[in-house]
Design a protein around this ligand. Structure first.
Ligand SMILES: Cc1cc2nc3c(=O)[nH]c(=O)nc-3n(C[C@H](O)[C@H](O)[C@H](O)COP(=O)(O)OP(=O)(O)OC[C@H]3O[C@@H](n4cnc5c(N)ncnc54)[C@H](O)[C@@H]3O)c2cc1C
Length: 438
């Protein structure tokens, strides 16, 4: 019997498994996952899971619960390496899983505090252990987390963080969020809604300014400040003070000290490719890291990849190599990769390459920020401006629409995405995205 192994039991993995079955695969379908849970949704973890009492009932992914998936869930199991020519995945318990087709959907993990961040305790000054090696990384995460310094990626992280935030609210301990990207800003918003005193620290000049333009970051900064989030921009955390095995404060690059009962680390993610290091597959490098696949999501012979782990040439943007850390892409790429693998098993490739217009949303207090496509330096506000409650910014690559940012304007995000997909020119984009005067 033919066997397909999916490594990564989350959004992309579950959707690729479903697409494989939908395409008629009736062989053995194994889904391997490191977490002790079947696939669940991550976006609520920084939002309503924290503010809404830790409700887990809506987290499981419906696609993974479908009976017709008939998958064997090998969960709480870690893929340690891949033998491409031997067509086998080795697990950390020493067992191996042979395959005829493989989906790599191992996503990304939260980036840890750099080793340069020191730890100060009452009786010793030390450097935190810092390494990218898997086991050392887990040790670091456990070291920090047991002291109230946590990153947020998994359900278990979210359970722990929620407990810490509830405790901090009771004791009136302040929370420091390190990193003003999407996750950091969302956690700050949720913690404020839980009544906590929150300070966000980032080296960047404004929140989100590594991913969006600075004027939008400035608008978000004003909005966060209006909700009593303290922002310390242009500074980094130099060291973390631990008293009686708990974080008590953080020291900033300026020398300033901020009291802290909880520290949330939201400084980005790294693609989960450590287990592929000896496989011979192309894992990119530095800022371009991630498992490199072709336009049909193929990393090798009958090996495909999808979701946060994968980098591919997106022909919708001139073949630009993209790795996208977004929910919608994990779903679409997972489905596409499943179909592409089925095509490969039948000796061909899909008719169309994978060429999506990426789209994501983020919730900050009662605002919804959505971005379709990519940003550029050439922009035009078609609705309102960043100082208003609702606005829409369009981005152009030459004369072609390449991105639409919608701030509390969900309809324009949908229309914008369609216009980007159809490569609308400037005149058409501005006309369709500028509301008629009333
Ligand atoms: C708190 C939070 C909030 C978010 N909010 C939004 C949002 O508002 N909007 C949005 O667009 N996106 C959001 N995202 C991003 C979105 O959830 C991700 O893009 C999506 O989960 C990626 O899916 P994936 O399946 O590619 O990877 P992941 O969800 O990371 O899953 C990969 C799985 O593989 C497992 N794995 C890794 N290595 C191994 C191994 N060696 N062996 C076995 N298993 C392994 C991991 O444990 C994990 O379960 C958010 C993410 C987080 C964490």
């Amino acid at each position: 019997m033919t066997r397909i192994v999916v490594v990564g039991a989350s959004l992309a993995g579950a959707h690729s498994a479903a697409a494989i079955r939908k395409a008629g695969f009736d062989g053995d379908l194994l889904v391997v996952g490191r977490e002790p849970h079947k696939p669940y949704d991550r976006p609520p973890l920084s939002k309503e899971f924290l503010t809404g009492g830790g409700d887990e009932t809506r987290l499981p992914l419906p696609v993974a619960a479908e009976d017709r998936l008939e998958a064997t869930w090998v969960i709480d199991a870690v893929a340690a390496s891949l033998d491409v020519s031997g067509r086998s995945v080795m697990l950390s318990d020493g067992s191996s899983l042979g395959f005829d087709g493989l989906v790599v959907a191992t996503g990304a993990s939260a980036r840890l505090l750099p080793a340069s961040v020191g730890v100060t305790t009452a009786d010793a000054v030390d450097q935190a252990p810092g390494s990218t090696v898997d086991s050392a990384r887990d040790r670091d995460a456990a070291f920090w987390s047991s002291r109230g310094v946590v990153a947020l990626r998994t359900l278990d992280d979210a359970r722990h963080l929620r407990g810490l935030l509830v405790g901090a609210a009771q004791r009136q301990d302040p929370v420091v969020v390190c990193g003003a990207g999407f996750i950091g800003a969302e956690v700050a918003s949720s913690a404020r809604q839980m009544g906590l005193d929150v300070t966000v620290v980032d080296l960047a000049p404004a929140p989100l300014s590594r991913v969006l333009d600075e004027s939008i970051g400035a608008a978000l900064a004003s909005y966060m400040q209006a909700h009593d989030v303290n922002l310390v921009m242009g500074e980094s955390i130099e060291s973390i003070d631990i008293t009686a095995d708990r974080v008590s404060s953080v020291r900033l690059s300026s020398g300033r000290e901020l009291p802290a009962g909880v520290v949330v680390v939201g400084i980005g993610v790294v693609p989960e490719t450590a287990w592929l290091e000896d496989s011979g597959l192309d894992l990119g490098d530095g800022p371009m890291s991630g498992l490199v696949v072709d336009r049909f999501c193929r990393a090798g012979d009958r090996i495909v990849a999808a979701g946060d782990v994968a980098r591919w040439p997106n022909e919708a943007f001139g073949g630009r190599l993209m790795r996208v850390e977004q929910w919608d892409n994990a779903v679409e790429m997972g489905q596409y990769a499943g179909r592409s693998l089925m095509a490969a098993l039948e000796g061909h490739h899909p008719d169309e390459p994978y060429r999506p217009v990426p789209w994501f949303w983020s919730d900050q207090f009662d605002r919804k920020i959505q971005l379709a496509g990519v940003i550029s330096d050439d922009w035009h506000d078609t609705v309102g401006s960043p100082s208003e409650d609702r606005f829409v910014r369009t981005y152009f690559d030459g004369s072609t629409l390449c991105g639409v940012l919608a701030w509390n304007r969900p309809r324009q995000a949908i229309v914008g995405r369609q216009l980007i997909a159809s490569q609308a020119d400037r005149a058409e984009a501005l006309e369709r995205l500028t509301p008629a005067p009333s």
